[in-house]
Design a protein around this ligand. Structure first.
Ligand SMILES: Cc1ncc(COP(=O)(O)O)c(C=O)c1O
Length: 399
């Protein structure tokens, strides 16, 4: 029986959800790789590095020591204390465990936040290009994502003017992500200050996702909304993750820092959805927070080296225009010069062409709300990056 013949009735909230177009090209790439085809995969949104050894060892120790039971649904006190201690030290705060909840990845806390703060009809402003889950989480909560277009000429760095241009009486909050997936854009201090003051004046919320905070490159500085948390604890919510900075994607551990009343609301939702994040992952995360600086530095250095090679190499390809991304581990080149050639009409068909012709997988920018671009992840070895660019060059010369 095919899916179209089925009489299964789904809830409206699911039928309204889009399956990510990102997956179409990536699924095709995965199938090819499974068939033994040599595909250079620029798709991954995760580090190519192993989890630091000390972190994995801590996870193993937790198992050996029988630390395999349920914990508090919002995470152990020890882990929550360690998370806030890090923020207290960096931003001169005095947060306690009541201000933090640990969950199954930053994604779970972002989802909980949408459920806790967005009511049907509320508008939430999301700068575009955006990470794919933000709009769907808002939609799932019954809200309306409203996109604030950022300027590629300004490296996609969001400004107050971008936000204000799409605001309305129904604006309930803003979701910022810096450094940004997919563009790498890092928000400037002055713009963040203006956006925070604007949000506070409207009694709205600001969700600040700093999942890629440690991967910020020369000439740029990561400015966290945590700097203003002491002043505006009822409006600012910080979301962070162990996934990217500590190469722990599969462990599923992220967290949100917010006013204790918001944290309690998130905890209520989480307690009925998943309960605590994996106990083993919580002990591993504790080790990461207590210091694996050398491992993080080694990853950072590798990303710097790859980015320094990749951006000029892309710009040397006729028709490709790629700005220096401020942070994260993605580049986001403009490929629109190829639209209108060989059946290429948008980022999806461009990505398909590269997969078919060059055996290189990239993610179409349309998935992130920017159809003239594609996302290339450099969380892969220098050798593969160079091979991928060689193949792209050959394929584009045929157009
Ligand atoms: C911008 C951004 N936020 C949050 C996440 C969620 O990461 P995790 O759920 O692994 O913590 C991701 C993952 O790709 C991301 O790119």
């Amino acid at each position: 029986m095919t899916a179209t013949q089925s009489r299964i009735r789904f809830a409206d909230r699911v039928t309204a959800m889009q399956e990510s177009p990102t997956l179409v090209v990536l699924n095709k790439a995965t199938t090819l790789i499974g068939q033994g085809v040599d595909v250079v995969d620029f798709g991954p949104g995760e580090p190519d590095f192993a989890t630091p050894k000390a972190v994995s060892e801590a996870g193993k120790r937790a198992i050996d020591n029988g630390l395999t039971k349920y914990t508090n649904a919002s995470g152990t006190k020890t882990l929550r204390d360690a998370i806030v201690a890090r923020y207290n030290k960096r931003y001169d705060l005095a947060l306690t465990q009541e201000y933090v909840i640990a969950g199954n990845g930053g994604k779970q806390e972002l989802f909980n936040l949408a459920m806790a703060l967005v009511s049907p009809g509320d508008e939430v402003i999301i700068p575009s290009p955006y990470w794919v889950s933000f709009p769907d989480q808002v939609l799932f909560a019954g809200g309306k994502p409203v996109f604030a277009k950022t300027d590629p000429g300004n490296h996609f760095r969001v400004t107050m003017d971008d936000i204000e241009a799409v605001a309305s009486d129904r604006t309930r909050g803003v979701i910022l992500n810096s450094p940004c997936n997919p563009s790498g854009a890092v928000i400037r201090e002055e713009e963040l200050r203006r956006i925070i003051e604007w949000v506070v004046a409207r009694d709205a919320f600001l969700i600040f996702d700093e999942t890629y905070e440690l991967f910020v490159y020369e000439g740029n500085e990561h400015v966290s909304a945590a700097r203003w948390f002491k002043q505006y604890p009822e409006n600012i919510i910080l979301v962070n993750s162990m996934s990217k900075t500590f190469a722990m994607t599969g462990w599923r551990l992220g967290y949100a820092i917010a006013h204790p009343e918001i944290v309690r609301a998130l905890g209520k939702i989480q307690s009925h959805a998943t309960s605590n994040p994996s106990t083993i992952a919580q002990y591993a995360a504790l080790e990461a927070l207590h210091g694996v600086d050398a491992d993080v530095k080694a990853m950072y250095d590798a990303y710097c080296e790859r980015r320094a090679w990749l951006v000029p190499a892309l710009n040397a390809l006729p028709g490709i225009c790629c700005a220096d991304p401020d942070g994260a581990f993605y580049v986001f080149p403009d490929v629109s010069a190829f639209f209108g050639r060989a059946g290429i009409t948008d980022s999806q068909s461009f990505a398909n062409y590269l997969l078919d012709e060059a055996r290189v997988a990239v993610v179409p920018g349309g998935a992130f709300g920017a159809d003239e671009f594609v996302r290339i992840s450099y969380a892969t070895s220098m050798e593969r990056i160079q091979e991928g660019i060689r193949r792209i060059d050959a394929a584009l010369r045929k157009l």
